[in-house]
Every structure is written in structure tokens, then in C-alpha cells.
Design a protein around this ligand. Structure first.
Ligand SMILES: Nc1nc2c(ncn2[C@@H]2O[C@H](COP(=O)(O)OP(=O)(O)OP(=O)(O)O)[C@@H](O)[C@H]2O)c(=O)[nH]1
Ligand SMILES: [Mg+2]
Length: 265
């Protein structure tokens, strides 16, 4: 799977496939990026700051993380980490900002403010190309805390998902912290799709977010391990391949449409 992703060929119009991870505070967004980077580096890799269990978002800027390195081999995949969603109008990341990020209007490095980005900001990109846009929106929810996620946060997620649907952007859901949900899975992540508890959590997530079951992927992040584990790697890579395929399909569809427009002109 690693070799497949390293050799994955993307459409010539873009330099990389871009994914945006969003969800409630402490859902495991930054940990997911660290886990994916660790797998490609084949060692523990921490670049994305992970929080201890808190209520305010630890990640506060819009930051891009590429996968692979000069040494391990570049992979045409990039993740954007955003601040977590919180209840209330001024807490956490603003939904307008996430929607602008989807459209490619926000440049890398922007620090989220209490109000949405203004068009005068140096970080505002007025003319985004397909290369600046997000090609797949990834919702991240913690399996052990789905029930605790407030309706206000779920509503914000719905607003973002509706905007992504209008833009034709594919959407996937990662259900993190499966080890905290099921003892059998904690011992071996290979059993994740056999676990009744995890299936229930996926169903709960499907009902709460209104997404079909086949777009929900349970994953396990590295959080206490000092060495890589094949079962964790396998599940994450299997999931990543699904994400890459849907992002790639989106890009193909976009280039076909713009190509047709050019022909008409
Ligand atoms: N047990 C377990 N803990 C996890 C897993 N993924 C993340 N965590 C822990 O959950 C906490 C929050 O993780 P983060 O990755 O910082 O979450 P985040 O979504 O980036 O949070 P903000 O940036 O604050 O919005 C950290 O203490 C992680 O160690 C997992 O799969 N299993
Ligand atoms: Mg974070």
C-alpha cells in the first residue's frame, strides 16, 4: 500500500492532492496527520502539535503538511490542519473560514481570528486555481466521544458539509480513538471491522452527521507508542487509499469540466 501511494500518479494540472481535516476540538486531527507522516517516514514523526485533553483548540493556524520527504520519497499528498470547531459564534474556527479554505481562498500559514478572514488580508487568495483548492474534505470525530459532541458543533459540521457538497467536493469521515472504544480493537487494530462496538459507533456517526456508512472509516492514531505497529499502519493506509481515490476522482471531474468550458469558449 505504501508503494502504491508513493507511485500514485495524479492529474498534471495539480502538484498534489489536498485534504482538509476538520472536526471538534481534540478529535485527533493533528494526531492523524502525525500518524500518516510517521508511516511514510517509517519512524515516529511529530510535526503537528497534538493537544493534551483540553476544551480549547490547540491548533490555531491553517497549516499544510506534506507527506514523505526528500529522504523517504515525496508523495503527492498534502493535509491541511485547521483549528477545532467549538460551540458559539466566536469560539474555535469559523465555518466561513473553512468554506473559504475549501475554495482555495486561504493561503498557508493564516492564523485563525475571532472573525472570518477579510479579502484585504495578505493570506487571502482572490483567484484560486484547482491547485489551491481542497480536493477532499475529511471530517474527524472521536469514536469514544460522539455522544458528547454538542449539537452546536454538529450543526457547524453540517454547514461545512453542505458547502462542500455544493462545490462537488467529496467528503469522508475518520472515526479516531477506536482503542478507547473497544478492548478487542485496543489489542489488535486488525479486528476493527469485526467489532460490534465500532460498528455501533459508525452507525451513530452516520446518523449524527447524515453520511452513509461507506464514507466512514475507523482509524487508530499513534499516541503513546514509540515504535510503529503493522496493524495501525495497515488500517490507516487502507483508509488513505480510499481518500486518495475520491480526491483524485474529484480532480479528474474538475479538469474535464474546465476542459469542456475551454472548448466551448
Ligand atoms: N487513545 C487514543 N488517543 C488519541 C487518538 N488520536 C488522538 N488521540 C489523543 O487525543 C488528543 C487530541 O488529539 P489532537 O490530535 O491534538 O486533536 P485535534 O483534533 O488536533 O485537536 P485541536 O487541534 O485542539 O482541535 C491527544 O491527547 C491525542 O493523543 C487515538 O487514536 N487513540
Ligand atoms: Mg490539532
Amino acid at each position: 500500500m505504501l508503494a502504491y501511494l508513493r507511485r500514485y500518479r495524479i492529474c498534471n494540472d495539480i502538484t498534489e492532492l489536498r485534504f482538509l481535516l476538520y472536526g471538534p476540538v481534540g478529535a485527533g486531527k493533528s494526531s492523524t496527520i502525525n500518524t500518516i507522516k510517521s508511516i511514510f517516514e517509517e519512524r515516529q514523526f511529530i510535526t503537528c502539535l497534538v493537544s493534551t485533553e483540553t476544551t480549547a483548540s490547540h491548533t490555531i493556524d491553517f497549516q499544510k503538511f506534506t507527506v514523505g520527504s526528500e529522504k523517504s520519497g515525496r508523495t503527492p499528498i498534502a493535509f491541511y490542519d485547521v483549528m477545532g470547531l467549538e460551540e458559539g459564534q466566536i469560539q474555535g474556527v469559523h465555518t466561513d473560514d473553512i468554506i473559504k479554505a475549501l475554495k482555495g481562498n486561504i493561503r498557508n500559514g493564516y492564523k485563525f481570528q475571532r472573525t472570518p478572514i477579510s479579502e484585504d488580508s495578505d493570506y487571502y487568495n482572490k483567484d484560486p486555481t484547482l491547485n489551491d483548492k481542497i480536493h477532499c474534505l475529511v471530517s474527524v470525530l472521536p469514536a469514544d466521544k460522539i455522544r458528547l459532541t454538542s449539537d452546536a458543533v454538529i450543526d457547524k459540521m453540517r454547514i461545512v458539509r453542505r458547502a462542500a457538497s455544493a462545490l462537488g467536493i467529496p467528503q469522508m469521515v475518520l472515526l479516531t480513538r477506536v482503542d478507547k472504544t473497544c478492548e478487542i480493537v485496543k489489542e489488535s487494530v486488525n479486528k476493527v471491522y469485526q467489532s460490534k462496538k465500532i460498528k455501533e459507533k459508525m452507525q451513530e456517526c452516520s446518523n449524527k452527521l447524515g453520511v452513509p456508512m461507506n464514507c466512514i472509516f475507523p482509524v487508530q492514531n499513534y499516541y503513546e507508542e514509540t515504535h510503529l505497529r503493522p496493524d495501525i499502519n495497515r488500517l490507516m493506509l487502507d483508509t488513505l487509499i480510499q481518500l486518495v481515490h475520491s480526491a483524485s476522482d474529484f480532480v479528474e471531474r474538475q479538469t474535464e469540466t474546465t476542459g469542456n468550458q475551454k472548448l466551448v469558449e
